[in-house]
Design a protein around this ligand. Structure first.
Ligand code: ATP
Length: 272
């Protein structure tokens, strides 16, 4: 079967110093994040990337599935930032921004960021990001940042029906196939720039930029966390990465990403 990405071309043209210095390219793997974590545990350096044409057990947050058919772009990057866990958790914003910028640059596609880890087009998810970290003796050991982009497939053919309402693909949005290698390269290059800025200047500039693209601000949302359910007006993202919500009773609450799902409230009229 013809490869979906020409990896030799990527190696030749990639303008990064560290990220992508080593790329492990697989026809299929269970989860690029899982493999990248294994490699990170066994000492692989920062910038190592695991890229796969398909995932059989792609994961989202909270153990959810990320359906990953051939035609999508799936890769995970090992980072080893010397940051506190609370700061490193915000690298997910740098990753989201890298995708937003790449899609704008290559295809003039206007996307939005959805707190904390998705990129959406016309209200539908085109990319999910999964950031996982490991501490060793109280210090940051590694962060693995995984990307799943719905690219060269028709949602209705490649994804199960329950996902159709909230998912889209580049194919659907652009009406044509894209060159996966070009998108991969662009995201890696932008990620490296944003990561370097993050390490040098802290998370605020990245977060500020991310917020310029954020969906849902000023809108009614619902937040589901385990058994807890909140609804209110999404106001802002704070410097610590938390989402500020004005609840129905007027109280303001800061919600951390951890185990929370955010949805646009379908019927704002039900707010009191
Ligand atoms: P949500 O956006 O639904 O609140 P989340 O951001 O916590 O969830 P993620 O970890 O980003 O969830 O992604 C997992 C969820 O995304 C799955 O539960 C499923 O609903 C949806 N999903 C799975 N595969 C895809 C895909 N290829 N494209 C779009 N959405 C998907």
């Amino acid at each position: 079967m013809k490869k979906t990405i020409n990896i030799d071309k990527i190696h030749e043209g990639l303008c990064t110093k560290h990220i992508g210095a080593r790329i492990i390219f697989l026809h299929e793997t269970s989860s690029t994040n899982d493999l990248a974590k294994e490699l990170a545990f066994s000492g692989s350096p920062e910038g190592t990337v695991v890229l796969a044409e398909a995932q059989t057990n792609g994961r989202g947050r909270l153990g959810r599935e990320w359906v990953s058919p051939r035609g999508g772009l799936y890769f995970s990057v090992i980072l080893r930032p010397r940051l506190a866990a609370s700061e490193a958790a915000k690298l997910v914003f740098a990753a989201g921004l890298a995708v937003v910028e790449a899609l704008d640059e290559l295809y003039c596609l206007r996307t939005e960021t959805k707190w904390p880890n998705d990129v959406i087009v016309n209200g539908r998810k085109v990319c999910g990001i999964l950031s996982e970290m490991n501490m060793r003796n109280g210090l940051m050991d590694f962060v693995v940042v995984g990307f799943g982009v719905n690219a060269n497939f028709d949602i209705k053919k490649a994804l199960p029906e329950p996902l159709w309402a909230n998912a889209t693909s580049l194919w659907t949005e652009l009406g044509r196939k894209i060159e996966l290698g070009a998108l991969f390269k662009e995201v890696l290059e932008r990620l490296e720039k944003l990561y370097n800025s993050f390490l040098k200047n802290g998370s605020s500039p990245v977060l500020r930029e991310w917020k310029k693209h954020a969906a849902f601000f000023g809108e009614y949302v619902e937040v589901i966390s385990g058994n807890e359910y909140l609804s209110g007006l999404a106001l802002d993202i704070e410097d610590d990465g938390s989402l500020t919500i004005k609840l129905d009773d007027g109280k303001v609450k800061h919600v951390f990403a951890g185990d929370v799902s955010l949805r646009r409230k379908s019927n704002p009229m039900s707010f009191k």
